[in-house]
Design a protein around this ligand. Structure first.
Ligand SMILES: [Zn+2]
Length: 108
């Protein structure tokens, strides 16, 4: 099976398409291409317990963003102001992601 390239990149604005956060938009802060997951800013947070570093110090609960599968989100086109399908334009190695609705290019 051919490995498909991830259409989502770090810094992209995406909309969540499933789950309890459906409809919410967030920026992509991290991409994990190995398992096609992404981390969104401020969404899908989970509590993580931080152990105290020294004796007498208290442990802490911090919010950590949990990675979600890239198929659960869609890129948001700034021109259309909604989630859109993404196509590619350009030749050879120079490929530009474009909105399939209005044709405007996404940031590389
Ligand atoms: Zn568009």
């Amino acid at each position: 099976m051919q490995r498909r390239m991830l259409k989502i990149k770090k810094g992209d604005m995406v909309q969540v398409m499933s789950g309890k956060d459906r409809g919410k938009q967030a920026r992509v802060t991290r991409i994990i291409p190995q398992n096609r997951t992404i981390v969104l800013e401020g969404l899908f947070l989970t509590k993580k317990h931080i152990r105290p570093k020294r004796q007498g110090e208290k442990g802490q609960m911090v919010d950590v963003a949990r990675p979600i599968h890239a198929s659960k989100v869609m890129l948001v086109c700034s021109q259309c102001a909604k989630p859109v399908r993404v196509g590619y334009t350009g030749e050879g190695k120079i490929k530009v992601r474009v909105c399939k609705k209005c044709g405007s290019a996404f940031s590389p």
